[in-house]
Unconditional design. Structure first.
Length: 138
C-alpha cells in the first residue's frame, strides 16, 4: 500500500493575509473570497475542487520527490468556456508525493498439485478429516 502526502499553497488562490484582533491578541488570518475562487458552498462546508496531474518522471526535480502537481478543477461547462491560454495559466496550487509503490501480489492458488503415485498425503488427510468431523459430532 502506498501513502500520499501533499501541500497546498492557499496564497496561490485569490486570498489576503490579514492581522485581525482576537480575544488573546492579534491573530494572523487568511481571507479567501468564495465567489472569486470558484468555491462552492455545500451542506457541511465550503469546497474547492482539485485535480492532480502526474509529473513526467524525466522532468521531476531531483531535489524533491514531488510526483504530482495540483490545480483547481472546474466543471466541464466552465472549462469549455476558457481559452487554452487561460487553462495553462491556472496556478499550480500544490504538489503530492507518493511514498512507496503499491504492488499487487499474485493471487494465491488454493489448489495443491500432488503426485498421484504418492499416497502419503491421502493417508494423513483422512484421519485429520475424521478427527475434525468427530469433534463436531461429539
Amino acid at each position: 500500500m502506498s501513502r500520499i502526502s501533499g501541500k497546498i499553497n492557499l496564497l496561490n488562490l485569490h486570498a489576503i493575509r490579514k492581522i485581525m484582533p482576537g480575544q488573546l491578541g492579534p491573530v494572523e488570518c487568511l481571507v479567501i473570497p468564495i465567489e472569486k475562487n470558484s468555491l462552492f458552498i455545500g451542506k457541511t462546508g465550503v469546497y474547492l475542487d482539485l485535480i492532480a496531474f502526474e509529473v513526467d518522471p524525466s522532468k521531476r526535480n531531483a531535489e524533491n520527490k514531488d510526483t504530482h502537481l495540483i490545480k483547481q478543477s472546474f466543471s466541464k461547462e466552465v472549462r469549455e468556456k476558457m481559452t487554452e491560454d487561460q487553462l495553462k495559466s491556472l496556478p499550480i496550487l500544490g504538489n503530492l508525493q507518493v511514498w512507496g509503490e503499491s504492488q499487487e501480489s499474485a493471487p494465491v492458488s488454493s489448489t495443491v498439485v500432488q503426485n498421484e503415485t504418492d499416497d502419503l498425503p491421502f493417508i494423513l488427510t483422512i484421519p485429520i478429516a475424521l478427527g475434525i468431523i468427530s469433534q463436531f459430532i461429539i
